[in-house]
Design a protein around this ligand. Sequence first.
Ligand code: SF4
Length: 466
Amino acid sequence: MRLYVEGHGCSMAQAETGAIKGHALASGFHLSEAKDADFLVINTCAVKEKTEFKMLRRIRALSKIASENNSRLIVFGCLPKVNPSIIDEVAPGVIMVGPDLEGLSRALGIKEERFSPLVPQVRPNANVEIMPIASGCTNFCTFCGTKLARGNIRSHSPAQLRARLESSLRDTREFWLTGQDTGAYGLDNGSSLPELLSELLSVEGEFRVRIGMMNPHHLRRIYTELVPLFRDRRLYRFLHIPVQAGSDRVLSLMRRGYTSTQFIALVSRLREDVPGITIATDIIVGFPSETEKEFGETMALIREVEPDVVNISRFGARLGTKAAAMEGQLPGSVLKERSRKLTSLCREISMRQNARMMGKTEIAFFSEVGPKGNFVGRTSNYKPIVVGENLLGKFAEVEVLAAFPTYLHGTVAASRHAHGNKDTGAVSADGFPDGQGTAGSRSCPGPAPTLPLNMRSTRMAPLFVP
Ligand code: SF4
């Protein structure tokens, strides 16, 4: 049997698309082009209205291919949970399955399997292992359609996740821990994110771990146990903590569970305790009834916190959410104007932050090819740095030559594919731990220099290249 799989959405959805392919291959399917397939699966995202329109265009196109070739289309993922009727409008009678592998296994007629760290995965990027640590969350944010699709938190066990990391170390060195809210990890199985990280960082070897998005109120809860773990240089000094708005009235309408003062205090404490940490956040502009003055509070918060990365969204009502029914829905022109103002402020801040990296030397792990054929690595604080040399899958010492709002440009000081120093992450010229080789001494041993950073996005990190 032949299967065509197309994936869209967040890091978690990318990993699940990879697991669908892995499980299908292990169950005897062959992957093929859409026109040659017996089954076509599209893994959909429903996070925003704009995304929904894109999904519907793809579903319509694939439905046409399926009917022309007498094959079956399965619409999988978040959209069947958030807005099934609209799918039925564009592709009547299509098979719909929520984001669960058992349901899809039944539809494909193969052995039922749950998404877990034990399911084989075809990686979207061979150099990065995306590890969903949990699905769902503990919040009920009033604007969020994802909650309708993913429900409450279900965490995978630390033992399974450790086994996954150890087995993947054979051929990759970068691990993304992802979920709807990594801060809520373990609330359902008696574990916690700091406990999981300690388990993973107890594995010997040179690799990097990136922590995915978490709700600020969970970060406040696990702060004391989490922050000391950043001393291990294999943990990227990076946190993605969506604040969403600067007005406390709007934050309470969103049911976010913290105030702007608490968020500002959290970030300044983080910057003190983890020098050079990268702070990424998200903002929704134009939440129902948000006044011009309250939008001003968002701008003020951004000026005060100076986040390195800001993902800006215009509010869009998601079917079935409380916010969709709220009074005071704002016109598109207001959303557009607020997003324009905020974008230019954030770009200014990112450029200022990045310029502070100039002349610094970092150890970076290279995992991506840039849009213009150069190569993209991530510094110890997960800052994207572009070089011309093909160093995919390797660590290299790079010097920062130029800074742009969303990335750095660098030159390779020394390249390695070797084990490094667990504490400094440094890799010496001859591959021995820090201080035994020539280059090691230049790669930031001890406390990190203050290196505020910026990246385009943490979810999937496409980069600009000049
Ligand atoms: S924390 Fe809020 S925004 Fe995030 S997935 Fe849960 S309900 Fe949605």
